[in-house]
Design a protein around this ligand. Structure first.
Ligand SMILES: Cc1cc2nc3c(=O)[nH]c(=O)nc-3n(C[C@H](O)[C@H](O)[C@H](O)COP(=O)(O)O)c2cc1C
Length: 350
C-alpha cells in the first residue's frame, strides 16, 4: 500500500505538477511551491492531512530512527539549505515526511540577493544552476519565526539553521557578522551550519582557507555554546584543502560536516545544455553526485565527525550510495524539484 502510494505520488508529480511548474520561470515556480507548502503546514488539520497522505514513509517499527549529534531523527533524509531560506514553510516539512530541515542560509542583515533571473533548469542533466546570492529577510526574522513555531508546538523534526556572511560586510569583518547571526538564532536552532562554501557571495569561499576558517569557527563555536556547529564544504576544494579544513574543524570543536554545496564545475552537464551551463552560479543535481560522494567518503573516513551527505541525490539508490560512503544523514534539494515528494518517501524507507 505504502509503495503503491509512493508510485502514485511520483507519477502524479511527473505528469501533473511538474509540467505546470516547468512552464513557469524557475524562481516563480519555487516561490509558488513554497507558498503551497506553507499552506500545508498552516493548521493542525492540514498538517495531519499532509502527514497522512504524503507521510514519513519510514518503517512503522522505528527501524529507520537514528541518533546523530546527540539528537533523534526519525530517518536519515532532510531538506537541504536554500529551499526554505526564511523558514516561512517550516511547519510543513515534518508533515511532508522529512526527518530534518536546514533553513537559511540567512545573513545578519536582510538582503535582496542578486538580480533576477538567477536560477535556471537543466532538465536533461537533472541539474539546476543558481546564483541567488543569499536573498533573505535576515537572521532576526527567521529567529522570530522559528521561536514562534516552537512555542506553538509546530516543530516536530530537528531544525538546523545555515548562516552566511552579509554581502555588505567586508570579508575582513566576517567573524563579527557570523557571530551576530549565532547570537540571534543559536539558542533556537538544533544545529548551526556555517556556510563558507556558496559560490555566489564574492570572497566567501576564501573563508575556507585554514587561517580565516580557524578564526571564524573558533568564534562561532564559542558563541553557539551547546548548539552543535557544522561546517558546509564546497565540492571544488581539492583533497588537501578538504583535509586541511577538516583539521581546523576538529581543532575548533565543530561537531559535523555537510558535504557538499553547489559546484562551479560544469562537468557532467548534458552536451545539449552546455550553452546554458555557461551561465555563472553553482551547479546542483545529478552532475554533482560523483564529487559530493568522494568528499563525503573522504570526510567520513578521515575525520571521525558525522557527515551530512548532499549533492546529486536524485533517487533512493543515490541516497543509499551516500550512506554507504559513510554519511550519517543525507539531504536533497534538486532531486525534489525533479522527482517531487515521492523521493522523500523512497529515501525515508531505506
Ligand atoms: C536554488 C538553490 C539555492 C541554494 N541555496 C543555498 C543556501 O542558501 N545555502 C546553502 O548552504 N546551500 C544552498 N544550496 C545548496 C544546496 O543546499 C545543496 O548543497 C546543493 O544544491 C547540492 O544538493 P542537490 O544536488 O540535492 O541540490 C542551494 C541550492 C539551490 C539549487
Amino acid at each position: 500500500m505504502s509503495t503503491l502510494r509512493t508510485r502514485v505520488l511520483g507519477a502524479g508529480y511527473a505528469r501533473l505538477a511538474r509540467p505546470v511548474l516547468y512552464r513557469l520561470d524557475p524562481e516563480v515556480a519555487h516561490h509558488g511551491t513554497i507558498r503551497a507548502v506553507r499552506l500545508l503546514g498552516s493548521t493542525a488539520l492540514t498538517r495531519a492531512g499532509t502527514a497522512r497522505l504524503l507521510g514519513p514513509g519510514a518503517p512503522a517499527d522505528g527501524s529507520s530512527e537514528v541518533e546523530v549529534l546527540g539528537m533523534g531523527f526519525r530517518h536519515r533524509l532532510g531538506l537541504a539549505a536554500g529551499m526554505d531560506k526564511d523558514g516561512t514553510a517550516l511547519a510543513a516539512w515534518g508533515p511532508l515526511g522529512f526527518g530534518h530541515v536546514e533553513l537559511g542560509t540567512v545573513t545578519a542583515l536582510p538582503q535582496p540577493g542578486n538580480p533576477r533571473p538567477r536560477m535556471v533548469r537543466l532538465p536533461r542533466s537533472g541539474a539546476l544552476i543558481n546564483r541567488m546570492g543569499f536573498n533573505n529577510e535576515g537572521v532576526h526574522a527567521l529567529a522570530g519565526r522559528l521561536r514562534a513555531a516552537r512555542a506553538r508546538g509546530l516543530v516536530d523534526i530537528p531544525v538546523g539553521v545555515s548562516i552566511g556572511k552579509s554581502k555588505a560586510t567586508p570579508v575582513q569583518r566576517a567573524v563579527e557578522d557570523y557571530v551576530t547571526s549565532v547570537r540571534a538564532v543559536g539558542d533556537v536552532a538544533d544545529y548551526l551550519a556555517v556556510n563558507v562554501s556558496s559560490p555566489n557571495t564574492p570572497g566567501l569561499r576564501s573563508l575556507q582557507d585554514a587561517g580565516p576558517l580557524r578564526e571564524l569557527l573558533s568564534a562561532v563555536v564559542a558563541e553557539a555554546d551547546r548548539t552543535p556547529v557544522l561546517l558546509k564544504l564546497a565540492p571544488d576544494l581539492g583533497d588537501p584543502a578538504v583535509d586541511e579544513a577538516l583539521g581546523v574543524a576538529l581543532d575548533t570543536g565543530v561537531r559535523g560536516v555537510i558535504a557538499t554545496n553547489t559546484t562551479v564545475s560544469r562537468a557532467g552537464v548534458h552536451p545539449t545544455e552546455r550553452h546554458t551551463a555557461e551561465q555563472s552560479g553553482g551547479l546542483s543535481g545529478a552532475p554533482l553526485a560523483p564529487r559530493s560522494l568522494e568528499v563525503v567518503r573522504r570526510v567520513a573516513d578521515g575525520a571521525g565527525l558525522p557527515v551530512i551527505g548532499v549533492g546529486g541525490i536524485m533517487t533512493s539508490d543515490d541516497a543509499a550510495r551516500m550512506l554507504d560512503a559513510g554519511a550519517a544523514l543525507v539531504q536533497v534539494y534538486t532531486g525534489l524539484v525533479y522527482a517531487g515528494p515521492a523521493l522523500v518517501r523512497q529515501v525515508a524507507a531505506l
